[in-house]
Design a protein around this ligand. Sequence first.
Ligand SMILES: CC(C)(COP(=O)(O)OP(=O)(O)OC[C@H]1O[C@@H](n2cnc3c(N)ncnc32)[C@H](O)[C@@H]1OP(=O)(O)O)[C@@H](O)C(=O)NCCC(=O)NCCS
Length: 302
Amino acid sequence: MRDGRVATSSFRVRLQSEQTMTTASLESRIEESFAAGADTVSDVDALSAFLELRYALEAGKLRAAEPDAAAPTGWRVNAWVKRGILLGFRIGALTEMSGGALSFIDKSTYPARIFTTEDGVRIVPGGSSVRSGAYVARGVVMMPPAYINVGAYVDEGTMVDSHALVGSCAQVGRRVHLSAGAQIGGVLEPVNASPVIIEDDVLVGGNTGVYEGTIVRRGAVLAAGTILTRGTPVYDLVNAATLKATPETPLIIPERAVVVPGSRTVPAGYGRQMNLSVYTPVIVKYRDEKTDLSTTLEELLR
Ligand SMILES: CC(C)(COP(=O)(O)OP(=O)(O)OC[C@H]1O[C@@H](n2cnc3c(N)ncnc32)[C@H](O)[C@@H]1OP(=O)(O)O)[C@@H](O)C(=O)NCCC(=O)NCCS
């Protein structure tokens, strides 16, 4: 035990006997510990509440954000869960987490998850890591190197290809393909900020970047190289519309939209004088049979 912080291992037995604890009471314990600030650093109750949250996240029983038909975007952010994740960083001490010839140092509260064949997840050797507090469903395949951060939720049958990142609290649906180099941004703070959400059956092409709470609705296709942020307008050529985030709503890519990287001319001033263009994503079509053919992926790899 270093710098006064508490060790995590002795609490497992106690935690198992507390599994009947309701979500509501866990929420209030997390909120209480979070509000206590630096006093929680060596507080056993704070650690106990955090570990319960972490196990619930890993089991997919609690999520940083979840579908909610009553919410304007269809997704509700659980800010208290994110506060609990931040609490884990506060109370964790730097610890050696070495394996084989490699050495790692990280917060004691967030060791790499240990998987067994029972979990039904295939992790090809070579530098991939899933942080504690991330949920990874059965049937997920991770190609090395890939990283899934705390609070992320990756659902059944999804492929996380080489050099792909699933950032903290990002929510990734079923049968999603995160192609090589795809970066799904994470967001822990501000705690009420919606994380990036990739719904079921989305293809996220190679070297794409989806950041700042963007929601990609089910079945959409992001062509290789597409970058989406809160400040990126998306031009829908099919419906002659421009999609933008608002102060209340993130950028939302509609169901089955096919988005490709494009450019648009700078309309005025020095940019126009110099004939410059800026990058802009464009919806060229909505998914059709040809798209399905283009996105048929190597099922044999599964
Ligand atoms: C988007 C994608 C799936 C093609 O979908 P599709 O439905 O077959 O698209 P189409 O070929 O019908 O093209 C539709 C239009 O978009 C354009 N387009 C298609 N892909 C494009 C791309 N990547 N960039 C820019 N424009 C593109 C086409 O030129 C066409 O325009 P046009 O109608 O003016 O000729 C494919 O381009 C893609 O990016 N696949 C992902 C590849 C990848 O990342 N693999 C990862 C392996 S790890």
